[in-house]
Design a protein around this ligand. Structure first.
Ligand SMILES: [Fe+2]
Ligand SMILES: [Fe+2]
Length: 395
């Protein structure tokens, strides 16, 4: 019997031995720290002697408690346990290591082999299963192979953790960027609205109401969700172009001359020109430009007809008209919602998109009245200032 073999380990009993290299596996310059559970001292020493030249350290545990202590106190690369049908410590320790989340190779040595022990080993998802007769080269090769694999697994786990960390960092960065962008966009909206309010104070409540109406109506007609913020921006700023109009024109109860009508109409193009220079408001600028187009092509500024008018502008046109008709004007009192809806229904196909008007006619006046009340209640609860943390825009 060779010097390095104990009675429990035969030098070359495995039929696979001829195909296995007893030399260290390439790339495994590091040597494993091995924890060995074996209740039989002589057998444990024989295994230790066989593996010692290939291991950084070998610690022998005889009981489950010792395994727990060793795992708690030090880190290990390979756990080799003797599974014996007479003792539960082998199986229990394997189950413990399996459930611990520790990334180390788990090798079981079954001796003697029974069908019950084999069946119990399957759920353990072991890295290797050694059966008697156990040869020294096979034992060494198995430990080294499992050690190399666990090193690779750890490397992969580190790479995965680093990747996750990177993704989290990117997500956090994006979240922060989005929050900053949102704040910046809100500030721009506040600034534009306050500019408009300085010219025409009454327009703010109108802007808030049509924003609420447009948002509500857009859902009813399945306007794409991704486009709704642009529609809301357009609703708030649809008359921003009026800041270029003279007081004499802006505050007249009626417009009489064709030249005055043309000047008043210029606010749609002027609004687009103001907003198109602000990247996040470019889509809204298109709606603002076309918010006075008519379905029959008789609107302004471009006389677009039918579906050539952007859908957002067709939606907005309806809610803008509704709010105009149901609000007091210097030259006429507000109409009821019922009356306004009836009149607008008569304009389906001429002024308004007939499909949208059909949906609009099915909305109960109470829904619009409720929306109007909500907007106005919130507006009165907050500071009437536009700018600031309790601005009208942010309600
Ligand atoms: Fe307008
Ligand atoms: Fe309006």
């Amino acid at each position: 019997m060779p010097k390095d073999a104990a009675p429990w380990i035969v030098p070359s009993a495995s039929p696979r031995e001829g195909t296995l290299s007893p030399a260290p596996i390439a790339g495994s310059a590091l040597r494993p720290r091995l924890l060995l559970l074996h209740s039989e001292s002589l057998a444990a020493q024989a295994i230790r002697q066989t593996l010692l030249p290939r291991c950084a350290t070998i610690q022998i545990a005889n009981t489950l408690n010792q395994v727990h202590t060793c795992l708690a106190q030090e880190s290990w690369d390979v756990f080799l346990a003797h599974l014996n049908p007479e003792e539960k410590s082998g199986l229990e320790s394997m189950r413990f290591v399996q459930g611990s989340g520790l990334l180390l190779a788990r090798i079981a040595l079954l001796d003697p082999v029974t069908s019950a022990l084999l069946a119990a080993s399957i759920p353990l998802e072991l890295d290797a299963l050694l059966l008697p007769p156990l040869s020294a080269p096979l034992l060494r090769e198995t430990v080294e192979r499992c050690f190399v694999r666990v090193l690779q697994q750890r490397q992969e786990a580190r790479a995965l953790a680093a990747m996750r960390e990177q993704i989290l960092t990117l997500k956090e960065g994006r979240k922060q960027w989005l929050a900053e962008r949102e704040t910046l966009e809100a500030s721009v909206m506040e600034a534009l609205l306050s500019t408009l309010a300085m010219r025409e104070a009454n327009c703010v409540l109108h802007a808030l109401r049509v924003q609420a109406y447009a948002s509500y109506f857009a859902r009813l007609v399945n306007y794409p969700e991704s486009l709704r913020p642009h529609l809301e921006h357009a609703a708030l700023l649809h008359d921003i172009g009026k800041i270029g109009l003279s007081d004499a024109l802006l505050f007249r109860a009626r417009i009489f001359t064709p030249a005055e009508v043309e000047r008043m109409r210029s606010h749609a193009e002027a609004g687009e020109q103001i907003l198109r220079h602000i990247p996040f408001l470019r889509p809204a600028a298109q709606i603002v430009r076309h918010h006075h187009e008519r379905f029959d092509g008789e609107g302004f500024p471009d006389g677009l007809r039918g579906e050539k008018i952007p859908l957002g502008a067709r939606i907005f046109s309806i809610v803008d008209t509704l709010d105009a008709m149901t609000s007091d004007r210097p030259y006429r009192p507000a109409q009821t919602f019922e009356k306004a809806q009836q009149e607008m229904e008569r304009c389906a196909g001429s002024h308004f998109d007939p499909y949208l008007t059909n949906v609009f006619s099915q909305v109960s006046p109470a829904s619009w009245i409720n929306l109007r009340r909500q907007v106005e209640e919130r507006a009165t609860q907050h500071s009437p200032r536009i700018l600031g943390p309790q601005s009208l825009y942010s309600i």
